[in-house]
Design a protein around this ligand. Structure first.
Ligand code: ADP
Length: 233
Protein backbone atom coordinates (compact mmCIF):
# COMPACT_ATOMS: atom_id res chain seq x y z
CA UNK A 1 0.00 0.00 0.00
CA UNK A 2 1.31 3.40 -0.94
CA UNK A 3 1.57 6.00 1.75
CA UNK A 4 -0.51 8.48 -0.25
CA UNK A 5 -3.14 7.84 -2.88
CA UNK A 6 -5.09 10.77 -4.23
CA UNK A 7 -7.85 9.73 -6.59
CA UNK A 8 -10.01 11.88 -8.87
CA UNK A 9 -9.69 14.70 -6.41
CA UNK A 10 -11.36 18.10 -6.83
CA UNK A 11 -11.43 21.11 -4.58
CA UNK A 12 -13.85 23.91 -5.33
CA UNK A 13 -13.86 26.66 -2.71
CA UNK A 14 -17.10 28.34 -1.61
CA UNK A 15 -16.35 31.32 -3.85
CA UNK A 16 -16.48 29.02 -6.90
CA UNK A 17 -12.70 28.83 -7.48
CA UNK A 18 -11.55 25.39 -8.59
CA UNK A 19 -8.21 25.06 -6.82
CA UNK A 20 -7.54 21.41 -7.70
CA UNK A 21 -9.11 19.44 -10.56
CA UNK A 22 -9.10 15.70 -11.20
CA UNK A 23 -5.89 15.11 -9.31
CA UNK A 24 -4.50 11.58 -9.29
CA UNK A 25 -1.23 11.06 -7.43
CA UNK A 26 0.42 8.12 -5.74
CA UNK A 27 3.36 8.56 -3.39
CA UNK A 28 5.26 5.63 -1.92
CA UNK A 29 6.90 5.30 1.46
CA UNK A 30 10.30 6.92 1.66
CA UNK A 31 9.89 9.19 -1.36
CA UNK A 32 11.05 12.81 -1.45
CA UNK A 33 8.66 14.76 -3.66
CA UNK A 34 8.60 18.41 -4.66
CA UNK A 35 5.35 20.14 -5.54
CA UNK A 36 5.93 23.14 -7.78
CA UNK A 37 3.81 25.54 -9.79
CA UNK A 38 3.00 29.24 -10.07
CA UNK A 39 1.36 31.05 -7.20
CA UNK A 40 -2.32 30.07 -7.12
CA UNK A 41 -1.77 26.78 -8.97
CA UNK A 42 -3.13 24.70 -6.08
CA UNK A 43 0.00 23.58 -4.22
CA UNK A 44 -1.21 24.58 -0.76
CA UNK A 45 -4.68 23.23 -1.39
CA UNK A 46 -3.23 19.87 -2.39
CA UNK A 47 -1.03 19.78 0.68
CA UNK A 48 -3.80 20.95 3.00
CA UNK A 49 -5.99 18.09 1.83
CA UNK A 50 -3.31 15.64 2.97
CA UNK A 51 -3.52 16.82 6.56
CA UNK A 52 -7.23 17.57 6.37
CA UNK A 53 -6.96 21.29 6.72
CA UNK A 54 -9.22 21.27 3.65
CA UNK A 55 -11.66 18.58 2.52
CA UNK A 56 -11.88 17.72 -1.17
CA UNK A 57 -15.18 18.52 -2.84
CA UNK A 58 -14.93 15.21 -4.65
CA UNK A 59 -12.56 12.26 -4.70
CA UNK A 60 -10.47 10.34 -2.24
CA UNK A 61 -7.32 11.19 -0.34
CA UNK A 62 -5.74 8.17 1.31
CA UNK A 63 -2.94 8.77 3.79
CA UNK A 64 -1.58 5.58 5.35
CA UNK A 65 -4.61 3.69 4.08
CA UNK A 66 -7.15 6.06 5.66
CA UNK A 67 -9.42 8.15 3.45
CA UNK A 68 -8.85 11.46 5.18
CA UNK A 69 -11.54 13.07 3.05
CA UNK A 70 -14.07 11.01 5.00
CA UNK A 71 -12.42 11.29 8.37
CA UNK A 72 -14.70 12.55 11.13
CA UNK A 73 -13.58 15.85 12.64
CA UNK A 74 -13.11 14.10 15.97
CA UNK A 75 -10.50 11.82 14.36
CA UNK A 76 -8.45 14.50 12.64
CA UNK A 77 -6.16 14.88 15.66
CA UNK A 78 -5.19 11.21 15.27
CA UNK A 79 -4.13 11.82 11.67
CA UNK A 80 -2.14 14.93 12.62
CA UNK A 81 -0.26 13.00 15.28
CA UNK A 82 1.16 10.78 12.59
CA UNK A 83 2.31 13.68 10.42
CA UNK A 84 4.89 16.37 10.75
CA UNK A 85 4.12 19.73 9.19
CA UNK A 86 6.52 22.60 8.51
CA UNK A 87 5.27 25.98 7.30
CA UNK A 88 6.90 29.01 5.73
CA UNK A 89 6.17 31.21 8.75
CA UNK A 90 7.60 29.36 11.66
CA UNK A 91 4.65 29.36 14.06
CA UNK A 92 6.85 28.84 17.11
CA UNK A 93 5.48 29.77 20.52
CA UNK A 94 7.47 32.90 21.49
CA UNK A 95 7.26 32.46 25.25
CA UNK A 96 8.57 28.90 25.20
CA UNK A 97 12.20 27.88 24.83
CA UNK A 98 13.43 25.82 21.88
CA UNK A 99 13.24 22.69 24.05
CA UNK A 100 9.72 23.52 25.22
CA UNK A 101 8.51 24.25 21.70
CA UNK A 102 9.65 20.82 20.55
CA UNK A 103 8.37 19.07 23.69
CA UNK A 104 4.98 20.77 23.54
CA UNK A 105 3.38 18.43 21.01
CA UNK A 106 4.43 15.38 23.01
CA UNK A 107 3.16 16.86 26.27
CA UNK A 108 -0.19 17.55 24.68
CA UNK A 109 -0.63 13.89 23.83
CA UNK A 110 0.04 12.96 27.44
CA UNK A 111 3.58 11.61 27.15
CA UNK A 112 5.58 11.83 30.38
CA UNK A 113 8.76 13.85 30.77
CA UNK A 114 10.99 10.81 31.03
CA UNK A 115 9.88 9.69 27.55
CA UNK A 116 9.81 13.21 26.14
CA UNK A 117 13.34 14.28 27.02
CA UNK A 118 15.36 11.82 24.90
CA UNK A 119 13.04 12.35 21.94
CA UNK A 120 13.40 16.12 22.08
CA UNK A 121 17.17 15.94 22.48
CA UNK A 122 17.44 13.54 19.53
CA UNK A 123 15.24 15.75 17.33
CA UNK A 124 17.32 18.82 18.22
CA UNK A 125 20.51 16.90 17.49
CA UNK A 126 19.11 15.95 14.10
CA UNK A 127 18.73 19.61 13.18
CA UNK A 128 22.01 20.64 14.86
CA UNK A 129 20.44 22.78 17.57
CA UNK A 130 20.94 20.90 20.80
CA UNK A 131 23.20 23.65 22.13
CA UNK A 132 20.39 26.21 21.63
CA UNK A 133 17.70 24.33 23.51
CA UNK A 134 17.42 26.96 26.24
CA UNK A 135 17.13 29.86 23.80
CA UNK A 136 13.87 31.56 22.92
CA UNK A 137 12.72 31.81 19.29
CA UNK A 138 13.46 35.55 19.06
CA UNK A 139 17.10 34.84 19.96
CA UNK A 140 17.50 32.68 16.84
CA UNK A 141 18.08 33.42 13.17
CA UNK A 142 15.39 32.58 10.62
CA UNK A 143 17.20 29.44 9.54
CA UNK A 144 17.57 28.31 13.14
CA UNK A 145 13.88 28.93 13.81
CA UNK A 146 12.99 26.80 10.82
CA UNK A 147 15.27 24.07 12.14
CA UNK A 148 13.35 24.15 15.43
CA UNK A 149 10.14 23.73 13.41
CA UNK A 150 11.63 20.69 11.69
CA UNK A 151 12.67 19.25 15.07
CA UNK A 152 9.13 19.82 16.32
CA UNK A 153 7.71 18.15 13.22
CA UNK A 154 9.90 15.03 13.47
CA UNK A 155 9.98 14.57 17.23
CA UNK A 156 7.29 11.89 17.19
CA UNK A 157 8.87 9.98 14.26
CA UNK A 158 6.19 10.67 11.65
CA UNK A 159 5.99 8.55 8.52
CA UNK A 160 5.19 11.68 6.53
CA UNK A 161 6.70 15.14 6.71
CA UNK A 162 4.76 17.83 4.87
CA UNK A 163 6.56 21.09 4.13
CA UNK A 164 4.73 24.07 2.67
CA UNK A 165 7.34 26.53 1.32
CA UNK A 166 9.74 25.84 4.20
CA UNK A 167 12.50 27.93 2.63
CA UNK A 168 10.23 30.71 1.37
CA UNK A 169 11.56 33.29 3.84
CA UNK A 170 15.19 32.22 3.84
CA UNK A 171 18.35 33.18 1.93
CA UNK A 172 19.67 30.65 -0.60
CA UNK A 173 22.53 29.34 1.53
CA UNK A 174 20.24 28.88 4.52
CA UNK A 175 17.66 27.20 2.27
CA UNK A 176 20.32 24.73 1.21
CA UNK A 177 21.03 23.95 4.84
CA UNK A 178 17.32 23.34 5.54
CA UNK A 179 16.92 21.08 2.52
CA UNK A 180 20.00 19.07 3.44
CA UNK A 181 18.46 18.45 6.87
CA UNK A 182 15.28 17.25 5.17
CA UNK A 183 17.35 15.04 2.91
CA UNK A 184 19.10 13.52 5.90
CA UNK A 185 15.79 12.81 7.66
CA UNK A 186 14.50 11.19 4.47
CA UNK A 187 17.51 8.92 4.04
CA UNK A 188 18.14 8.12 7.71
CA UNK A 189 14.59 7.45 8.85
CA UNK A 190 12.85 6.69 5.56
CA UNK A 191 10.45 9.55 6.26
CA UNK A 192 8.37 10.43 3.22
CA UNK A 193 8.79 14.13 2.45
CA UNK A 194 6.47 16.31 0.41
CA UNK A 195 7.71 19.82 -0.11
CA UNK A 196 5.86 22.60 -1.90
CA UNK A 197 8.35 25.18 -3.09
CA UNK A 198 9.31 28.01 -5.41
CA UNK A 199 12.95 27.32 -4.81
CA UNK A 200 14.29 26.59 -8.30
CA UNK A 201 17.86 26.11 -7.22
CA UNK A 202 16.90 23.39 -4.75
CA UNK A 203 14.57 21.55 -7.10
CA UNK A 204 17.08 21.56 -9.95
CA UNK A 205 19.96 20.49 -7.73
CA UNK A 206 18.16 17.64 -5.96
CA UNK A 207 16.89 15.77 -9.02
CA UNK A 208 13.98 14.22 -7.15
CA UNK A 209 10.42 13.55 -8.19
CA UNK A 210 8.62 16.76 -9.13
CA UNK A 211 4.86 17.25 -9.37
CA UNK A 212 4.02 20.36 -11.39
CA UNK A 213 0.59 21.94 -10.88
CA UNK A 214 -0.91 24.34 -13.38
CA UNK A 215 -4.29 25.88 -12.60
CA UNK A 216 -5.09 23.05 -10.24
CA UNK A 217 -4.22 20.35 -12.75
CA UNK A 218 -1.25 18.00 -12.52
CA UNK A 219 0.68 19.11 -15.60
CA UNK A 220 3.64 16.77 -15.13
CA UNK A 221 5.04 14.18 -12.77
CA UNK A 222 8.76 13.63 -13.42
CA UNK A 223 10.88 11.12 -11.63
CA UNK A 224 13.94 13.34 -11.75
CA UNK A 225 12.26 16.63 -12.34
CA UNK A 226 13.46 20.19 -12.59
CA UNK A 227 12.26 23.67 -13.37
CA UNK A 228 12.30 24.05 -17.13
CA UNK A 229 13.54 27.27 -18.66
CA UNK A 230 10.05 28.29 -19.80
CA UNK A 231 8.48 28.09 -16.36
CA UNK A 232 8.28 31.54 -14.87
CA UNK A 233 7.64 30.41 -11.31
P1 ADP B 1 -0.66 27.89 -4.32
O1 ADP B 1 -0.35 27.24 -3.03
O2 ADP B 1 -0.10 27.17 -5.51
O3 ADP B 1 -0.32 29.35 -4.34
P2 ADP B 1 -3.45 27.70 -3.50
O4 ADP B 1 -3.79 26.28 -3.28
O5 ADP B 1 -3.17 28.55 -2.32
O6 ADP B 1 -2.25 27.79 -4.55
O7 ADP B 1 -4.64 28.39 -4.32
C1 ADP B 1 -5.24 27.80 -5.47
C2 ADP B 1 -6.44 28.67 -5.86
O8 ADP B 1 -7.45 28.56 -4.86
C3 ADP B 1 -6.13 30.14 -6.02
O9 ADP B 1 -6.93 30.65 -7.06
C4 ADP B 1 -6.57 30.72 -4.68
O10 ADP B 1 -6.97 32.06 -4.81
C5 ADP B 1 -7.76 29.84 -4.33
N1 ADP B 1 -7.93 29.68 -2.87
C6 ADP B 1 -7.03 29.20 -2.00
N2 ADP B 1 -7.55 29.15 -0.76
C7 ADP B 1 -8.82 29.60 -0.85
C8 ADP B 1 -9.88 29.78 0.08
N3 ADP B 1 -9.75 29.47 1.37
N4 ADP B 1 -11.05 30.28 -0.38
C9 ADP B 1 -11.21 30.57 -1.69
N5 ADP B 1 -10.25 30.42 -2.63
C10 ADP B 1 -9.07 29.94 -2.22
Amino acid sequence: MNLIEVKNCYKVYNNGVTAVADLNVTIGRGEFVFVIGASGSGKSTFIKMLYREEKPTNGQVYVGGVNVAKLRNSKVFKLRRKLGIVFQDFKLLPKLTVYENVAFALESIGMNNREIRPKVIKALENVGLKDKMRSFPNQLSGGEQQRVCIARAIVNNPKLLICDEPTGNLDPDISREIVSILEKINSEYGTTIIMATHDRETVNRMKRRVLLLENGVLASDDKEGSYKAHESN
